[in-house]
Write a protein that binds this ligand. Sequence first.
Ligand code: ZN
Length: 350
Amino acid sequence: MSRQRLQDLRLALPLLPTSTVGSFPKPPELAEARTRFARDQITPSELESLEKKATEFWIRTQEEMGVDVLVDGEQYRGDMVAYFAELMDGFQTGGLVRSYGNRYYHKPVITGAVKWPGPMTVAWWKWTQGLTQKPVKGMLTGPYTTMDWSFNDYYPSRHSACLALAREIRKEVETLIEAGAKIIQIDEPAMSVRPEEFPFAIEALHILTDGLPAYFITHSCYGAFETIYPDMLKLPVHNLDLAISNSALDLLRLFEKDPFTKDLSLGVLDVHSHTIESVDRVKERIMRGVGVLPADRLWVDPDCGLKTRTPKEAIDKLRVIVEGTRAVREALAAGRTIRPARAARAKASA
Ligand SMILES: [Zn+2]
């Protein structure tokens, strides 16, 4: 079904399309410029010209590496929730909190009705897509994660806050599609944090995606996916992008029990490690995916955004992904396939 959606959108992608989750590291001069901008020492246009230069660098890098579906690298964004909360009406900036690992951010506070302020990412998407013939993904933070990573001082419940956000973020999705975006990724890293609230995330993504002509991907990480599987298959998106590189390889075993019915982006590289994985290791991880799902339903990417790596590490990791994927494509073309599990094949053709 999902290959059909890609065809309907006239997106000709190779077997095992390669992509990345969204963010790339900012070059030191951009990181420094963002600090100076926060202190009013440089103008918005000076900052923007550095953001554009860095975005173009990452587009050229992805093209040179041979990545199939590109991202703008989020060079103009700071935190993935705060970026949107600062733009939308209904939020105020809260104090600095630690969410997980070493991630500190100003936790937004919902103090009024949330409202889409007009396009938040569309100008960047258009500018970036104008640099390349390859498809560039539209990238948004999802309503459930935005709600979960904010304080709510306005809505009567987390559920109502989540749905209100979904109705407003849908307007950004519609505007991205009008601008020409065909692949849209909704990041929901928090979606498995409270399994009892997972139905909110499903309901919110229905509000966001129903009836819209795009190929939708949802990325999640840090998750105890076994707590929301197989309900995860109810998410109204075509592709689930999940971290597979570490313990989550066990996830593939869950699929053997309850067949996975969507496309799967296999996050095969650990973005939190400085170590560059070997091509063989990536190849082996992809092959494990091919052992469980038909190859034409798999994509390959790192297990999360690469922004915490150095630019060199990010480039080296990209190279390994592309080379590992090419090796698997060649092996599959030569007939050295691992047959997909019968259950998954039967379900896919149903
Ligand atoms: Zn992630």
